[in-house]
Write a protein that binds this ligand. Structure first.
Ligand SMILES: Cc1ncc(COP(=O)(O)O)c(C=O)c1O
Length: 369
């Protein structure tokens, strides 16, 4: 079969997601026993550890009888609400099956075979995969101090460069590039290169220097801002994200987008989640507090970590990081070893609910002692 596949596909190393919670529970002996309080703890995919708020669940339940219908292709109500939130037009917005899909649409729309796509070397692995799908050339630029190095990225630009992806905050380091740096970078970049700000974790950022990318997108026709409902909005399972850019750029993406790419339930839930500002504030506060708790516990264990602007932390375990992760897994706690991301001595842990973080810390102490 491989002989039949396009040559560029054969270079692709498939994406390895965090282990699903159900799989770990199966491996450790059946379904979780709620009465004994045992259930697997997933801290591996940077999801929000809390269920969606009740208002969102209610909106989903009320919509269920209409599942016989195809969704609204352009998501009129959701793009309308997003347009209002960001003070842009609906033509500036595209919805995707997760922000992943919009990245793929950018690549499918703009990338010719052998053109180059630049991104951070230790960053979100999908940038490389979607480049390879189109037969493009991935150009991975090393991070500097665990952070995107925009100066080095500018230097890596050639006549063949077509797209630049900037993960901000970066996954897996949780670091950001700031507004001033980004604006300078944009000024120095050729205008025929598409620049994508992947801001999946934007809502968690505390720094005042975080780029105002909406303004940047409005001032630069070649820039796209990507956001998602998968993280702070707790809707990872429904797969919905959005992009904001110049209407002509969005219109090009829409030529490539498959019809009905976001489900009606995802649209309804995302729309309801936009109203949950108080709930989201609570999530942000808990994330902040729990991050401090984990920093302090890592400190007590003598473990180095990278201060994070997101809902996960990259922590250095040492040479036996895979062993520690395996040990945690046997106790039903799932974290990600970062070998594939170029950090073989580290694990990335998603900040969980307070009770989960306490259990993780207790188990980690046992696994590294
Ligand atoms: C940096 C980054 N961008 C995008 C995504 C994908 O988000 P979505 O669920 O919207 O496809 C992730 C998921 O973990 C991510 O880490």
């Amino acid at each position: 079969m491989e002989r039949l596949a396009r040559k560029c596909i054969l270079k692709i190393k498939p994406y390895v997601p965090g282990k699903p919670i159900e799989e770990v529970e199966r491996e450790l002996g059946g379904y979780p026993d709620v009465t004994s309080g045992w259930e697997a703890i997933k801290l591996a995919s940077n999801e929000n550890p809390f269920s969606p708020p009740s208002g969102v669940l209610k909106a989903i339940r009320e919509y269920l009888p209409k599942l016989n219908r195809y969704p609204d292709d352009h998501g009129y109500y959701l793009t309308g609400a997003l347009a209002k939130k960001y003070r842009v037009k609906q033509e500036n917005i595209i919805l995707g099956c997760g922000s992943d899909e919009i990245m793929e649409l950018v690549s499918k729309t703009f990338l010719e075979p052998d053109e180059e796509v630049i991104f951070g070397d230790q960053s979100f692995v999908m940038y490389k995969i979607i480049t390879q799908i189109m037969g493009g050339k991935p150009v991975a630029v090393p991070l500097k101090n665990y952070t995107y190095d925009l100066i080095a990225i500018r230097r890596a630009v050639t006549k063949k460069t077509k797209i630049v992806f900037i993960a901000n905050p970066n996954n897996p380091t949780g670091t950001i590039v700031c507004d001033k740096e980004v604006r300078q970078f944009i000024r120095n970049m050729p205008k025929n290169i598409i620049i994508v700000f992947d801001e999946a974790y934007a809502e968690y950022v505390e720094s005042k220097d975080y780029p105002r990318s909406l303004e940047i997108v409005q001032e630069n026709r070649n820039c796209v801002m990507l956001r998602t409902f998968s993280k702070i909005c707790s809707l990872a399972g429904l797969r919905i994200g959005y992009g904001i850019a110049n209407p002509q750029l969005i219109a090009c993406l829409n030529r490539v987008r498959l019809p009905f790419n976001t489900s009606n339930i995802a649209q309804v839930a995302a729309l309801a989640s936009l109203k949950e500002t108080k709930w989201m504030e609570r999530i942000r506060r808990i994330n902040r507090e729990e991050k401090k708790f984990l920093y302090s516990e890592f400190g007590k264990m003598g473990l180095e970590y990278i201060p994070s602007e997101a809902n996960f932390i990259l922590v250095k375990i040492g040479r036996d990081a895979p062993g520690a992760a395996q040990g945690l897994l046997k106790k039903g706690i799932i974290v990600r070893v970062m070998t594939d991301f170029g950090f073989p001595e580290y694990v990335r842990v998603t900040i969980g609910r307070p009770v989960e973080n306490k259990k993780f810390v207790k188990a980690l102490k046992q696994c590294i002692s």
